[in-house]
Write a protein that binds this ligand. Structure first.
Ligand code: UD1
Length: 420
């Protein structure tokens, strides 16, 4: 069923458990390619992108055994290099990680062009520059990227031109078995980078400094299998925080790391919404009335671009005028047209980078589209608050990154269901 129907206006109340972080699970699953053993990975989010990733690994010859929806065992001993099916690779942005992982394991890589959410241009020049700095030659064709090194990759200093989660992770993968030490400067700080470093280290790698701007990777001969538990998903957490806020409800999120949400919590508090933290829970309490805010999406630890659409949906109902600026991706505001169908007062500057949101008293239900994963989450948030019925189409985009969003929202009292 590829539509979600919501009858809005019910305050969310209750407790919901957060799953593992999709954007950690992707590089970690692709990192199993480097190992020559069995990895057991827990707290895996059973979402669309992860299912596709497991199918890619299985198609390449990995033995993938599901112990439960959130626990998987992967044995990549017999993996065949360069065999990832293009049709699956192009469904994901994260399939780029196969280039670094295949290079680290086999000294060569051949991977189709990646896809993922349409957020505007998503070049991989920084990835390619990094592989070349490590000693690989890289060739592009219309369908593939291939890379190869004679002998092994050589540790070196890589200064990233700008902060990229994907390029940082790919360099960590490639450098894990290089000769000598690689220093990645201007590295991304995201919790998923730290999670990947912890996974690699559990497999015998020597990664230091993850979570800071300088990451050092001392190459080791090979990686072995391990048992690893993925961190909770900060974006799923933030999405339910905003959903609680917009409906004037009170929701407690379990199995979270409050520190990862500091930028989101700070903004919600600034708007007059109560956010309470415990060691592993966050509670959001809202009266349904809140002030405006000015948001700037930047790399971690700043306000995450992956929470920008959900926050904009919230701000459509704020008292006053808000601004939301996002320069990370150049087409991340395509969804505002959908919010306008619901009565939101939003305009976009000519550079497509700053939205001005004039808060309205109420939104009304409408037929809208989940244009991408987080834009889809924004439609759900708007639908939960709107008067009347909202029907969201293309919800496969939402299932790519949210575990059982309909079931979880129903358990909090939302009137939401899948429909044909
Ligand atoms: C990852 C996340 C995505 C999130 C984004 C930013 C995954 C699978 N996706 O995407 O959800 O929105 O981080 O937090 O983890 N750039 C270049 N050249 C490159 C690489 C990136 O110019 O070679 C630019 C991008 O166009 C963008 C910026 O760097 O403007 C950040 O992109 P990046 O952090 O690489 O995003 P992804 O890893 O694709």
């Amino acid at each position: 069923m590829n539509k979600i129907k919501i009858r809005g206006g019910r305050p969310l109340r209750g407790t919901v458990s957060i799953g593992g972080m999709k954007n950690s699970a992707l590089p970690i699953l692709f990192a199993t390619v480097i190992t020559r053993g069995v990895c057991v990975i827990e707290n895996l989010p059973p979402v669309g992108d992860i299912e596709i990733t497991l199918n890619i690994l299985a198609a390449m010859g990995a033995r993938v055994t599901r112990h439960s929806p959130t626990v998987v065992e992967i044995d990549t001993s017999d993996l065949r290099q360069g065999t990832a099916p293009n049709a699956l690779v192009r469904c994901l942005r994260g399939s780029n990680y196969l280039i670094g992982a295949e290079l680290a394991r086999f000294g060569q890589a051949k991977v189709g062009l990646s896809g993922g959410c349409n957020l505007g241009a998503r070049p991989i020049d920084l990835h390619k520059k990094g592989f070349i700095a490590l000693g690989a030659t890289v060739d592009d064709t219309a369908d593939y990227i291939s890379a190869r090194v004679d002998g092994s990759l050589k540790g070196t200093k890589i200064v990233m031109d700008n902060i990229s989660v994907g390029a940082t992770a790919n360099m960590m993968l490639a450098a894990s078995t290089a000769d000598g030490t690689t220093v990645i400067e201007n590295a991304a700080h995201e919790p998923h980078i730290v999670d990947l470093a912890c996974f690699l280290n559990a497999c015998g790698a020597r990664v230091m400094g993850a979570g800071t701007s300088v990451i050092k990777v001392r190459g080791v001969k090979e990686l072995h299998g391990c048992h690893y538990t993925i961190l909770p998903d900060m974006i799923e957490t933030g999405t339910y925080m905003v959903a609680a806020a917009v409906t004037g409800g009170e929701v407690t999120l379990k199995n979270v790391i409050p520190r990862h949400l500091e930028a989101v919590s700070a903004k919600l508090r600034e708007m007059g919404i109560t956010v309470l933290e415990d060691s592993e829970t966050i509670t959001v309490r809202s009266t349904g009335r809140f002030g405006s805010a000015s948001i700037l999406a930047v790399p971690y630890p700043g306000f995450p671009t992956d929470m920008q659409p959900q926050m904009t949906a919230l701000l459509t109902l704020a008292d006053g005028i808000s601004t939301v600026t996002d320069n990370v991706f150049n087409q991340r505001f395509r969804y505002i047209e959908e919010l306008r169908h619901m009565g939101a007062g939003i305009s976009l500057d000519e550079k497509n980078s700053t939205a001005t949101v004039i808060g309205v008293k109420s939104l009304h239900g409408a037929s809208v589209t989940a244009l991408d994963l987080r834009a889809g989450a924004a439609m759900v948030i708007a639908g939960l608050a709107a008067e009347g019925e909202t029907v969201i189409s293309d919800v496969d985009n939402i299932r790519r990154g949210y575990v059982d969003i309909v079931g979880k929202l129903q358990s909090l009292g939302a009137d939401i269901e899948y429909v044909e």
